[in-house]
Structures are given as C-alpha cells and as structure tokens.
Design a protein around this ligand. Structure first.
Ligand code: NAP
Length: 456
C-alpha cells in the first residue's frame, strides 16, 4: 500500500466532519485525518448555532461522534490556526489541508444608529444562548417590552422563537444556563420580525414558520393585507406556497395572544436606529417590489416611514466568512475562491462548507459540498497535481502541537467534557448542561477539575 495520505481538516463543524467522513470512508485509501478546532469542543454550529429547542437537528452529532471514533482520526482542539500554528506549518506537515471554518461573523445593516447599545447581531445572541465561550460574557437587555428582529431567514425565526418561548419549555433543553436565567426574567412581550421583501421572497422555511406558534404557545400576528393573493401564485415554488398558506393561517387566526407574541412584518427595511445612548426606536421604510430584467425581485424604498419603540434590535441578515491570512478572499461573497473546493492559488489547500460556497443551505447540504471537495482532492492526487510528502510522521505532529499549545484538547479531552455535560443534564432531565466558558471547558478536558462545575 502507498504511504498514508495525511489530511488536516481545519474546523470541526458539519463540513469538517463530512470531509473527514468522506476521506475515511474510502477503503481503497490509507488515509489519516487530523481535525483542528479553535475551541475545546467540536461540532461547530451543531453545538453553538442550532437552536436548543431543535434536538432532532442536533442529533446529527451522533454521526460526527462515529467519524471521530475512527482509528485514523484525531481531534486537536484549542488550537487556533494563525495564532498557535501557522498555515504554512500545516502545509509543511500534511499532504492536504481542508479549511471548513464556516462563516464566522455577521453581516451589518449599514444604517445610522446600528452601533448603539441594544443593537446587536443575532449571531452573537445565538452564540450566547448556546453557551459558545466567545459569547458567554455578553449581556442582552431584555427589560424592554418589544424586540425587533431584522431579516426573514431561519435565524430570525430562531431568535424570535427563543425570545418568546415559555421558560419551562426552554428549561428542558440544553440552552446555556445564563441565557435561561435571563430569558426567564425577560420583560419582552412582543417580537417583531421584519422582512425587507414580500412573504413570497422570505428565506425561512415552513417547519420553522409553523413552530413560531407551536413552540411559543402564543399567537402570531400577520397583517392579512401583507399576505394577500399574488398574481401567478400557482407557478411559485412549493416552499413559498407552503409558507404563504401558514402565513395566511396566522393572518386569519383569531385566537387571543399569549403573554408574549410574535408579529411578522413584510416590505419594510430598517432605515435608522435611534436613542439617547441606547436603542429606543427603530425607523422602518416601506418598500414595494420591483422585478428586474433577470427576474430578480428586489425591494424598493417608497420613502414612507414608520417607527417602532424598542430597546433591542437583532440583525439576522446573514453570516459572513472571514479571510484566512495567505489565502485569496472574495470580499463580495465572503468566501475563499475555489474550484470544486480546490483553493485558487492555494498550496495543497482546499475548502468545504460555508467558507467555500457562502452561508446557505441546511446541515446536510454540507455533506454534498464536502464530498465534492474530497473528490477534487483525490482527483488531484491521481493526476499528480497534489503530491504526497514522503516524510509523514503522525506521532511527531502531536508532540510538535503540544509544544505550540500546551493545553491541547484531544478526542479524549472532549469525551470528558461530553460526559460531564451529559451527566449534569441527566440529573435535571435535560440532554446536557453546557459547561460555562473556556476555562471550565479546559479544566474538564485537561483533567484539572474533578467534574466540579465552578463559576466562570
Ligand atoms: P438567510 O437565510 O440568508 O436570511 C437572511 C435574511 O436577511 C433574508 O431575509 C434577507 O433578505 C435579509 N437581509 C439581508 N440583508 C438585509 C438588509 N440589509 N436589510 C434587511 N434584510 C436583509 O440567513 P440566515 O437566517 O442567517 O440563515 C443562514 C443559513 O442557515 C440559511 O441557509 C438558513 O436556512 C440556515 N438555518 C437553518 C435553520 C433551520 O433549518 N432550522 C436555522 C437557522 C439557520 P433578502 O432575501 O431580501 O436578501
């Protein structure tokens, strides 16, 4: 058999695990996969992005656990590429490096007042309620009566639903304890979700739309005028027709609103956020739709304005990839330019997932995306475009890494975290209780704590 092929996968979210799986599934190859992760924990957005009240979606992590159990797979957590280890050092040591780092930041609105306290990225709020260590120290003021969420995608619906869910219901999930505590004390009575185009152009999907009333046990308010019959409706995609049916159901629903409720608004764009030292009001501009020559439907400002009193504005207008030093970057799309996953002008470097194609699709979309990248990588190996190193030393890599990051978290370390969190969950009827903050996670992973959970 040939010398082993050793691949570094940078990022341990769905795209990373599907890349590892596609490589390790190849019975004709002697391949090793080392997965690098900046955090002490794997699974990316499955742990820190998927809403806590979506346990079915999260259960895909059992697929990743199976891949991680492969004898030729290693997890190297708490290692940041570009900080602990340089990109060039990976190229020197691996036959190929696949970046699956996702889209790690949020898109901005670019309107006056966006920087006021109380105007925040939904991505940060999601990280906070999911116990992502970068966001645990954030504080969100939930003392106002109305929150406004900008965007008509699934993240917008996630945050609206979490803000309106009954405390007892959230308490059964793996939501971070600090978020549970704050949400249970929240004074918010209404969450207004604002889409800049019409209901037929909304990015959210039907199950998520239905959950708004099912999970919050509250009415959802939709203005019947905003979901009126559209010309040529029969020709619309199925998902749009389903969405319209649910929205019309909400519009017709006469059930009284619960303690909290969600209002869905369409054809409104945020124009300005106002307030003396913090968010007090958001100004919305009314839009009409315009169909371009290419068929694209865009929102056009009518100049009409309305304003809503609010203390919390969450922008859920999409994620955005961040550049990797030394690799090309497409600033417009927020991706690393590539051809079927092979990085343009890269050295034995590939990409998969959101950093390859942008922040779209469901978790499963990343499987197909990763398979395409692995297929390209192996074709490059066959054609000789990618040449193996002759001096592979898998043990050497681990000892080298230990000199760079003395607090290296291996698969074993992650297993300790997982066991502690699940055991704590078992005691309170929850799937897990997440350890709070980086220090606690490292204490458990590195055996510095006897599973006792102390603050911060
Ligand atoms: P998304 O699906 O791209 O939605 C972004 C929304 O923001 C769109 O409605 C977009 O409107 C709007 N928007 C963009 N720029 C805006 C601006 N300047 N002003 C006002 N509105 C603006 O993004 P996402 O919600 O972050 O979701 C990312 C991906 O994760 C999606 O594929 C999503 O389906 C997936 N996801 C899935 C789930 C789930 O399955 N439960 C949960 C969360 C996320 P336009 O269409 O007009 O641009």
């Amino acid at each position: 058999m040939d010398a082993p092929l050793i691949v570094a996968v940078v990022g341990s979210g769905p795209a990373g695990f599907y890349t590892a799986g596609a490589l390790l599934d190849r019975t004709d190859l002697n391949v090793w996969v080392d997965m690098y992760e900046r955090l002490a924990t794997p699974w990316g957005l499955v742990r820190a992005g998927v809403a806590p009240d979506h346990p079915k979606i999260k259960s895909v992590s059992s697929v990743y656990a199976k891949i991680a159990a492969h004898e030729r797979f290693r997890f190297f957590g708490n290692v940041e590429i570009g900080v602990d280890v340089d990109r060039t050092e990976l190229i020197e040591r691996y036959d190929a490096v696949v970046y699956t780092v996702g889209a790690q930041t949020d898109r901005k609105l670019g309107i006056p007042g966006e920087g006021l306290p109380g105007s925040v990225a939904a991505v940060d709020f999601v990280g906070w309620y999911n116990g992502h260590p970068d966001f645990t120290e954030l504080r969100f003021d939930l003392s106002c009566k109305r929150a406004v969420v900008i965007g008509a995608g699934n993240v917008a619906l996630d945050v609206a639903r979490i803000l309106c869910s009954p405390c007892e219901q959230l308490a059964k999930t793996d939501i971070a304890d600090h978020a549970l505590d704050a949400l249970c004390k929240s004074a918010i009575e209404e969450v207004v979700v604002v889409g800049r185009r019409g209901p037929a152009q909304a990015a959210f999907t039907t199950p998520e739309l239905k959950e708004l009333s099912e999970f919050t046990q509250s009415g959802v308010v939709v203005d019947p005028g905003e979901v009126a019959e559209l010309a040529g409706e029969d020709a619309l995609p199925r998902v749009v027709k389903r969405n319209l049916a649910v929205l019309r159901g909400y519009a017709a629903d006469g059930t009284p609103l619960g303690k909290r409720h969600i209002t869905l608004r369409f054809l409104r764009s945020p124009v300005e956020i106002r307030g003396a030292g913090r968010v007090e009001e958001i100004v919305l501009g009314r839009n009409i739709l315009r169909v371009g020559e290419d068929g694209w439907v865009s929102a056009q400002d009518t100049g009409e304005r309305e304003s809503l009193e609010t203390g919390l504005v969450l922008r859920a207008v999409g994620y955005r990839g961040v550049p990797i030093a030394g690799l090309p970057y497409d600033d417009h799309k927020g991706i690393i330019p590539n051809s079927n996953g092979r990085v343009r002008d890269g050295e034995r470097e590939y990409v998969a997932g959101w950093i390859k194609r942008g922040p779209t699709g469901i978790i499963g979309t990343n499987k197909k995306c990763a398979v395409e990248t692995v297929t390209q990588l192996l074709a490059d190996l066959d054609s000789g475009a990618l040449r193996r190193h002759s001096h592979m030393d898998t043990d050497g890599i681990e000892s080298w890494l230990a000199t760079r990051q003395p607090h290296l978290v291996t698969e074993q370390g992650w297993q300790l975290i997982d066991a502690v969190e699940r055991a704590a969950g078992g005691q309170s009827g929850r799937p897990r209780v997440k350890l709070r903050g980086r220090k606690e996670l490292l204490d458990v992973a590195l055996g510095r704590a006897n599973a006792e959970i102390s603050g911060g």
